[in-house]
Design a protein around this ligand. Structure first.
Ligand SMILES: [Zn+2]
Length: 68
């Protein structure tokens, strides 16, 4: 079983062929806000969401996040 994001593996954006970088992303889940480390494309800002996270139907990843 390997359902965790493996940060030693390079994940690559399908569109840009850019290596994804781990970044804190604000996630809204049910009534709470969380900050989680997700992998994000530095070029198109696509956030890679693991199947585990994607299965939470209430989950909304706020896109366009901090530009800092
Ligand atoms: Zn991309």
């Amino acid at each position: 079983m390997n359902d965790q994001i493996d940060k030693t593996t390079e994940w690559v954006c399908d569109k840009c062929r850019q290596a994804l970088v781990p970044q804190k992303v604000k996630v809204r889940y049910l009534d709470g806000n969380f900050e989680v480390d997700l992998l994000k494309c530095p070029t198109c800002h696509m956030v890679f969401i693991s199947d585990e996270l994607a299965m939470g139907k209430m989950l909304e990843v706020e896109k366009g996040l901090e530009d800092k």
